[in-house]
Design a protein around this ligand. Structure first.
Ligand code: PMP
Length: 362
């Protein structure tokens, strides 16, 4: 695999090499099946084993109890911005949203089309550099749910605890940090994540939903947008994204083999520390976007002394086989996404590059 570079892209992000190798090896014909996964019926025994195996591995990995439904849907996390309120916010109801970055804002915009959204807290006045304290949250005990974004991919701020919401169900967009560390699923009503960062390729969205919440689903929702229909048909109401589910299955196997979420959490913290230490020891040359306590272990965002230097940094890094480092246009600067499958060697290579760059452009 000598021609693979270090991919710091925010998503679709890097996938584990053993997963790519297995998918490549079995692409022409799944062992014992004689066809590729993209060519078999989604109602076949083979696919049933793939999707069932994926679900079982997710349950094992994250300790998901039978009280929760696991769904494999399409439309990305963006469709969940709409589906969550459509299914869980009854007419006349209201929901609390905690906004810590650009994705949380997008979730609010869609929910507002469905019902009443109350902003329980927003850190926008602080340019989304931090996570609010529990005491800052204006929570309504009559809200249908509380929504938050566990990791803001663009700003690089991450919750290191859950907001406490009492008996109000917690709804989480975990797209960019799902399964990057241990998670207590029992604290949540709904967790959703587009697959293309920590779970697999784009095109499949993982939804973990507490089953009692299905009782809230209103009648006459568009069939494909109805969690109840998707749950009753075990994500097979229509043709699911078979290749995406297959790759997700391989990623779950890889995660289990890598020591599960505990193992992943340790490795991710170690990788992020290397990078933040390099930023913090640069004498202010590299300036982190997020407040130290709320920094993301997945998306490391920082600035250089000028935009010209940032451009130079990105292009010279790319020439050194460190790709995908340009920050999101709304924040600027540099963003190094170091998801589960991103190797420690790549972080070390970036740290070396940063030192060399500062020495010649300081
Ligand atoms: N939420 C977060 C936190 C994200 O990072 C993204 C994608 N970058 C989305 C939602 C939107 O996901 P999708 O493209 O799957 O709709």
């Amino acid at each position: 695999m000598t021609d693979r570079i270090f991919n710091f892209g925010a998503g679709p992000g890097v996938l584990p090499e053993p997963v790519l190798e297995e998918a490549q090896r079995d692409l022409m014909a799944l062992p014992g099946v004689g066809m590729s996964v993209m060519e078999i019926s989604h109602r076949s025994k083979t696919f049933e084993e793939i999707i069932g195996g994926c679900e079982a591995d997710i349950r094992r990995l994250a300790g998901v109890s039978p009280d929760y439904q696991i769904l494999f849907l399409q439309g990305g996390a963006s469709l969940q911005f709409s589906m969550a309120p459509m299914n869980l916010l009854s007419s006349g109801g209201k929901a609390d949203y905690i906004v810590t970055g650009s994705w949380g804002k997008k979730a609010v915009k869609e929910a507002q089309k469905v019902g009443t959204v109350q902003i329980a807290s927003t850190t926008e006045p602080d340019s989304f550099t931090r996570i609010p304290e529990q005491s800052e949250l204006k929570l309504d005990s009559a809200a249908a749910y509380v929504h938050f974004t566990s990791n803001e991919t663009i700003q690089g701020v991450e919750w290191n605890r859950e907001p406490e919401t009492g008996s109000v169900p917690l709804v989480c967009d975990a797209s960019s940090d799902i399964f990057s560390r241990p998670i207590d699923v029992s604290k949540y009503g709904l967790i959703y994540a587009g697959a293309q960062k920590n779970l697999g390729p784009s095109g499949v969205t993982l939804v973990i939903l507490r089953k009692d919440l299905l009782e809230r689903v209103p009648k006459n929702l568009a069939t494909m947008l109805d969690y109840k229909v998707q749950a009753e048909s075990k994500s097979l109401f229509n043709t699911p994204p078979v290749f995406g589910v297959y790759v997700m299955r391989l990623v779950m196997k890889w995660l289990l083999a890598e020591g599960g979420l505990e193992g992943m959490g340790r490795k991710n913290a170690e990788k992020a520390k290397l990078l933040y230490d390099a930023i913090d020891s640069s004498g202010g040359y590299y300036r982190p976007h997020a407040k130290a306590a709320d920094r993301s272990n997945m998306n490391v965002t920082f600035r250089l002394p000028s935009e010209d230097l940032e451009k130079k940094f990105v292009s010279e890094a790319k020439a050194s086989r460190l790709d995908g480092l340009k920050g999101h246009r709304s924040v600027g600067g540099i963003r190094a996404s170091i998801y589960n499958a991103f190797p420690k060697a790549g972080v070390e290579a970036l740290v070396d590059f940063m030192k060399r760059f500062q020495a010649s452009n300081g």
